[in-house]
Structures are given as C-alpha cells and as structure tokens.
Design a protein around this ligand. Sequence first.
Ligand code: XCC
Ligand code: SF4
Length: 639
Amino acid sequence: MDIKKKSDKDKEIPVQDFTTCDATQQMITKGRLDGVDTAFDRAANMKACPIGADSACCKHCFMGPCRLNAKDPYGKVGVCGATIDTIMARNFARMVASGAAAHTDHGMSMLDLFREVVNGKIKDYSIKDTQKLEAVAQSIGIETEGRSAKEIAVELYEALESTYTAVEGEIPFAKRVPPKTLETWRKHGVVPRGAMREIMEIMHRTHMGVDQDYTNITKQCSRTALADGWGGSMVATEISDILFGTPSPVSIEVNMGVLKEDQVNIIIHGHEPNLFESMIESVNEPTFIEAAKAAGAKGINLAGMCCSGAEVLVRHGIPHAGNFMSTEAVLITGAVDIMAVDVQCIKQGLVKVAECYGTPLITTNPRCRIEGATHIEFNDHEPKKSTDEIVIKAISRFKNRKAKVQIPQNVNIGVHGFSHEYINYMLGGSFRGSYRPLNDNIINGRIRGVAGVVGCTNPRVKQDHVHIELVKELIKNDVLVLQTGCSQIALAKAGLTTPEAAHLAGPGLREVCETVGMPPVLGLGSCVDNSRILIAASEMVRIGGLGDSIADLPVAGCAPEYMSEKAISIGHYFVASGVYTVFGVTFPIVQGTRFHKHLFEELETMGFGKWGFAIEPQEIARLMINHIDKKRQALGLDK
Ligand code: XCC
Ligand code: SF4
C-alpha cells in the first residue's frame, strides 16, 4: 500500500467539516489511517486561485495571459484591450460550451444507439416504451396514427438528428416550448440551431479579437445552453426512456451500506445508461452467479454512483452508493470488487485510491481513458462482451480480496422516479392525468411554488449540507422541490425522499403530499433529466392560470454545491428559459461589473430568468422564496 507522507503544511481538518454524510466521514477517517487522501484533503490544502475564481484572467491568446484586478476591474484592460466584461463573458461562454458539449455528446450517444436499434443492427437493446415513443414523436408533430413503432422511430430519429446537425432553423424540441417563451427567444435571436453549430460558433466568437460585446456574447451563451436543455439533454432523457423505460416511483436503498461484505460488489459510475443497462444483464447471468458462489460469495451486488446510478435508480430500483464526493470514499471500504466508469465527473484521484485497495478501476468509453486504469472498451454492438469481462474480473478480485473490508452500515430508503409523465399521472389520478391539480394547488396557495434543487457536491463546501438545509427550508415554506443528480442523493441519504417526510413540510404542502401519498421532495433522475423539469414547467404554463410563459411561473432553481461546467450550462438554460436560478459555492464573476449586472438583473427585464448567488442555505432559500412570492404577486395570487 502506498503510504502518503504528511507534510507539516498539510492541515488535518475534522471530517465533520468536510461532509455531513456519516458514511463518507467514516471512510475519510479510515482513509487517513490507511494513508490515503481524497479530494476533501486536497481542496483543504489547495486554496482556489482568487483571480481565476473571479474569472478575471484571460488566456485566449499569447500576448497574454492577462490578469485584471477584481478590486479595480475597470482600472486595466488586457494587452489586446479586452475589458473585464469581455474577459468574463468569454470565459463564461466557454464554460457553457463545455458543459453543453458534455450533455449533447451524451445525448448523441443515445441517439446513435437508438438509430442502430431501429435499423436492426443492434439487437441487445430494444424499444421498451412505445407509449413514450409515440408521445415524443407527437410532441414534435410526427404522425403516429396507424403507423408501426418502427416507422415512427425512423422518422423520430431523423428529426432528432437535427438537434445536433441543423445548420439553420430551430431544433425540434423548440416545438415544446410555451409560445410566449419561444417568442422571447425569437425576439432576441437565441432559438438554437443544431448544438454542433452553436458550440462551434461560441468557440469562434470567444477567440481573440472576435465578439467583444458582453451582451452579444451572453446571447450566444443562451442559444448554446438552450441547445443543451431543450436539445442534447432532452434527447438523452427521451431516448433513454424509449429504450430503457420511463421511470415511475420505486422504493430504493441509498448510501454506502448497500455494499455487501459477502457479495461481489460492482459499482458503475459516470453518466450514460447503456453501460449500466448491459451490466444489469451481465450480473443476472446464471453462470456468473454460479461463478460468484464458487468463489465464496453469496451473490453479485450491483450499485450505482453519481448520474449513472441516478439513471438506473429511477428506472430499475438499483441501489445507489453515493454522490460525487463519495466516489473515493466508497473505494476506501475495501469492499468494492470493481468500479467501472464511462464519462464525466470521474476524478483522476480514483486511480490512486483504487490501487491502494486492490480494486480494479475500469474505463469503458473511448472518450475517457485514465492513466493507471484498465480499459475494457464498451461497444453498443456487443455490449455484453465488455460487461461480462468486467463481472469476471470482479469475481476474481472478490476471491483474492486483500484489503480489510469496512462497510459503513448506513442505508436510507427513499422513493424516486418521478418522471414528468408520472407526476402528471399521480396528480391527475389517471393515465389521462394532468398538471391541473398542481396548478390549482399553487393558485389556492397550498403549494407556494416549485423549486428545482439540483447539481453536484463540491469539497469547497460541506458535502450535502447546503442541499439538505436548503431543501428543508423550502418545503417548510410550502415549496414543492424537484430534484436531480447528486443533490437528489444528498436528500435521499437525509431521508427526505419518503412520503413520511411530509411532516417536515409546511401545512399546505403537507396536506397535498398526504392526500396524494407523495414525498415533498421528488427525485426525477440524472442531470440530463433536468430536461424533465423544463417539460414540467411547460406543462404548468399550458394548463393555465399561472401566466403565459415560464418566466411568469412561481418557480426557482438552484445548484447549491455545484462544481462542473455542465452545471453552468444547466443554470444558463434555466435562466434563458425564464427561471430565476441561484448558484452556491462560488460564482465566476467580479461583482458590481456590467457583465454581473447583465446576468443578475438585465436578463430578467428582457423576458428571461436571471442568475442569483448565495452560499448559505438560509440565504439561498430566502432569495428563492422571495422570487416565488414576487411571481405570485404579479399573477395576483396573493392579494
Ligand atoms: Fe457530476 Fe452528474 Fe454534478 Fe453529480 S451532479 S457531480 S455533474 S454526477 Ni449532475
Ligand atoms: Fe490578453 Fe486579450 Fe490575449 Fe486575452 S485575448 S490573453 S485579454 S491579449
């Protein structure tokens, strides 16, 4: 085992300051004894660069890099003359481009798979949900009456391909946007064409010496982010539902206690559901179950982490071992017999931790190889080939387990899988349900408004703490909370995704939850499933009584512990769609600048949503609730 020498400078922070997750605390403590450090320790020992944190530097050309002074932002310009506003807007635009690229590329992989399934070249997957296929097709004007699933699917594939490739016009899912919202987008020229075109244009415009008007750059940010939310992410969600099934509520075990000492434990971590779906098949092969037993195990135990986990948690009820800041911690248990990853949010630091405990770390995607990890490429055309090989490796690691195993016994049970279709059904009480009861409950004030609380965990703030305290405060104030991604797992571990958690809600929300039998906190899935929130918002507009556009709704969004560029893209597509969106931790901007004013105030006056920023959960809740109340007032709901 590789023992790390602590230098005097390394501060040993109490684990309670790192995370509120008890299991993760236990494992960081164990890791310290084993000489293993994690991103928590590294964050504590590496101060964030203050200039970068303010986005006050530019390295877009080699006359620089240029550093401006956040304390006197207009005192200086870059060598080329770029102002602080240009520099920050360009940096922001490239974050949006990267985040949008991640989601749209993920969506494109799903679409590639869909194409090969539809044309019969892939047989290991099939169309599982034809009802959803028809609904998605109809939503973009494809005729479904009297046609076979195959005919509809072929046409749907062709239409959705333009989400990526359209050089002009509007992406197909623009047809789902409430008319008034779409009108605002058209007026400002931000309706996206294909994502490839938008991302290419953003990279061009942020090159040295091109777009040097922060408002114009922001427009391209909006257009690109919308190509993510209403484009790539939405395609990822809808196609995954069609291929793997639309989620409906299931009771699920979450937390590190889902690992089993006497079983072969396999963890899948990353984002794209195809790997996981194939792994589910592999671990259920009788021959492998026999082999595991022959190796002395009681069986094979499959669990997910991060968004890969969130995808199958909502579709198949597969247990979830933890969110982003627990991925190193889970390896410290010594109980993980293999961790297989695909793309996004996979810390390079996992290699070292995995090595310490003799856990094979397997990369599977050609787009994501990691030095020191073993690569077993996953291919949609023969998916089982790689997942079978991974299972065999896991069994052999179980047989030869050398690391001392210590599994935290924490397990929490929650109900997840509230696709927007299901919310419709649940509230309407029939398959031809509707959002009418939700709107009615908002209008009559039982529900004050709806909040989306989403996104990552980040070692710069105490893991899960901001998510949990924020959500508690929101529901206490009768705000219904919708969740995705790592945030949803934080609340699941805190026990708030159960119907019983209704007792923590304010009287109005509690009554609604108790009547319907639903939790006050609804888990919708992974981060691409934020598109489900967009659809839910559009439905609320369509049903009526809450204004004509998404910007009129008494709703707000938040990513209180975000860390990724994807979160910036998500945040910006919510803003561009009309939602007030508050981010925590840090915001890459110099406060008090014109670009700051543009994002945090002016966008709203143009008919969009706007950005907000606060670190403390109580303060974030106050901002969100104030906004919800402002919208209620404007709708004349509270006299
Ligand atoms: Fe990654 Fe999606 Fe963030 Fe979690 S929430 S840390 S992006 S896994 Ni999406
Ligand atoms: Fe400096 Fe301008 Fe070059 Fe940026 S583009 S590094 S501000 S000279």
